[in-house]
Ligand binder design. Structure first.
Ligand code: SAM
Length: 283
């Protein structure tokens, strides 16, 4: 396990993922009934962007750094409000030295009746995550394989929930694994909201991945993709994707407003593009 999210925290992929995560949690809060957020690959929860690791790549400068460098247009601001509140809550004096990972964003938005389950397999990152939630009785932090948890922890006892699956994509075959594990989890918990992250880069098997998701026959599956630069000169990340199962019915319309803004603000060259398309469902 070589991946450490501190090198990437707050980058353009985090911005899209965390903005959508916050909207999904906001939506679950429209009903009083409690729900659970299950974050299978949680990371450490809080990232110090002034640390040597984050400064080394400077990825956040082209992510949350750019997002906050100018005013956000009035029609977009409400769609980013909950996400940005979570960022501000860690930086009460302004700026963005501390960046919240998915666990802290979800936790910031929970009500007293809601719960959070976090899994992290890296031993040191697990310890840091655990310390970051010390004494929080609404959150359970487990040193466990997130793939196992994705299956074993659904359905949650609340019978309402959001499952975030954000693996590091260090190994071959992760796209297939993501689709396979989604199929298994969804059969156990078809009413859950699922949010799965995947990378866009040169050679990524995106058409095959979308076809595998389509073959699962899950009625409402949305793909959200933001490309920020051309694949021509890099083997690194050129874009970011999310699969959302059972999205709130308002989400597609919101993305049609949010994505063009993110493309403009975070795009790095003329290849920048964004789309939200139904793999199966309302399209
Ligand atoms: N979800 C986090 C966020 O948005 O703030 C970032 C997570 S990062 C992309 C992926 C994390 O998964 C890393 O912290 C890594 O140590 C952890 N990880 C890798 N393999 C895992 C596994 N099999 N089960 C649980 N965690 C794993």
């Amino acid at each position: 396990m070589n991946y450490r999210h501190i090198y990437h925290a707050g980058n353009f992929a985090d911005v899209l993922k965390h903005a959508v995560l916050a909207r999904l949690v906001d939506y679950l809060k429209q009903k009083d009934k409690p729900f659970r957020v299950i974050d299978t690959h949680a990371g450490i929860g809080i990232y110090d962007l002034s640390s040597e690791e984050a400064q080394k790549t400077g990825e956040w400068l082209d992510g949350v750094g750019r997002l906050l460098e100018k005013n956000i247009p009035a029609k977009v601001a409400p769609l980013l409000a909950s996400y940005l509140q979570a960022v501000t809550s860690l930086n009460p004096d302004g700026g963005v030295q501390f960046y919240p990972g998915s666990p802290k964003i979800a936790r910031h938005l929970l009500r007293s009746q809601d719960r959070l389950s976090l899994m992290e397999l890296h031993p040191e990152d697990y310890e840091t995550l655990h310390a970051n939630f010390d004494g929080d009785f609404q959150t359970r932090v487990t040193h466990l394989d997130g793939w196992l948890a994705m299956n074993a922890h659904v359905p949650p006892k609340e019978k309402r929930g959001l499952i975030l699956v954000d693996p590091p994509f260090e190994k071959d075959g992760e796209y297939k694994r993501l689709a396979d594990y989604l199929g298994k989890a969804w059969r156990k918990f078809p009413g859950g909201v699922y949010c799965l992250w995947y990378p866009l880069k040169k050679g990524a098997p995106i058409p095959e991945f979308h076809a595998a998701l389509h073959a699962l026959e899950i009625p409402k599956t949305l793909a959200v993709e933001l490309t920020v630069r051309s694949e021509r000169d890099t083997t690194g990340l050129t874009g970011t994707g999310l699969i959302i199962v059972n999205p709130p019915f308002t989400l597609k319309g919101e993305l049609d407003i949010l994505l063009p803004f993110l493309k403009e603000r975070l795009g790095q060259d003329r290849s920048a593009s964004a789309r939200a398309i139904w793999i199966r469902g309302e399209g």
